[in-house]
Design a binder for this molecule. Structure first.
Ligand code: PTJ
Length: 253
């Protein structure tokens, strides 16, 4: 039991959710390692939503609201950490939610689907075929879901599928705390923020942004006034600033 007054309460709860979901067969064992890497990058970024991440999140909201077929792709870690938030996200964006796994087994697909449905999420279950240009099982997706999406949100993604989706002409929005990852560099837009903070901010932006701002953000993205490279550069600058502040504090002590 994690005491509520523990200074690292939220981080410890997320870690406990991942551990429990791994034991329940929802999170892949590899997902436990991936979570640890995310925690380390969250420390470096300051465990907060930075200004450039917020801009990326608002842009993601605008792209989802102006998309023809927006899709959220859910893996084990995403379900374990954010099942509660996905229902609101789906309502605010109108996105289709499809389960797509790197370490794919039918048993995990069923468990993750059940967990999401228990939280009130409408899970898309179209006909599954090997449709993406990939040699692993992430190639499997539904014809009228991920395959026909125009805008797709891929939290905690592997670089290969991100690249494949971009090569198919889709706008691929990644959530990845590591601004140096292949996914972060390959995506059309990367949100360098912790998954639960990012989903909540996108959902809130969908509810609060006016039509003018939605159109402006979507235009700025298509006109390349908002660019993935700048967002990643800003995330690296934020990390460098945090490290430099930590050094200054040490020198003063
Ligand atoms: O459930 P499956 O079978 O689809 O497998 C999912 C994992 C996560 C195991 C798979 O996609 C994988 O191996 O991912 P990677 O290549 O380790 O990439 C995950 C990325 O997400 C890393 O760059 C982490 O830093 C980042 N990350 C981890 N936890 C979080 C995160 N980013 C945002 N929020 C987090 N909570």
């Amino acid at each position: 039991m994690i005491p509520k007054d523990h200074p690292r309460y939220h981080s410890l709860v997320r870690r406990e959710n991942i551990a429990n979901a791994a034991l329940a067969g929802i999170v892949a064992m590899e997902g436990v390692g991936a979570h640890g890497r995310g925690e380390a990058f969250d420390y470096l970024i300051g465990e907060k939503t930075t200004k450039s991440a917020e801009l990326a999140e608002k842009t993601a909201a605008a792209l989802f609201l102006t998309a023809k077929k927006p899709v959220l792709s859910v893996n084990g870690n995403t379900a374990a950490l954010a099942a509660d938030l996905i229902k609101d996200f789906q309502q605010a964006t109108g996105a289709l939610v499809e389960v797509n796994l790197f370490h794919r087994t039918e048993e995990r697909i069923e468990k993750i689907t059940r967990l999401l449905e228990e939280k009130g999420v409408l899970v898309h279950k179209g006909e599954i075929k090997r449709l993406l240009p990939l040699s692993h099982d992430r190639a499997l997706c539904s014809v009228d879901g991920i395959y026909s999406s125009d805008v797709i949100l891929v939290p905690l993604e592997d670089g290969d599928r991100c690249e494949a989706l971009v090569s198919m002409g889709k706008t691929v929005i990644a959530i990845d705390l590591n601004p140096l990852s292949r996914t972060a560099k390959t995506a059309s837009l990367t949100i360098v923020d912790e998954l639960t903070r990012a989903l909540l901010t996108i959902t809130n932006a969908c509810k609060s942004l006016g039509e003018d701002e939605i159109n402006r953000l979507a235009c700025d993205f298509s006109d390349k006034k908002i660019q993935n490279k700048d967002i990643l550069d800003n995330a690296v600058k934020d990390i460098l600033e945090n490290l430099s502040d930590a050094l200054d504090r040490k020198v003063q002590a």
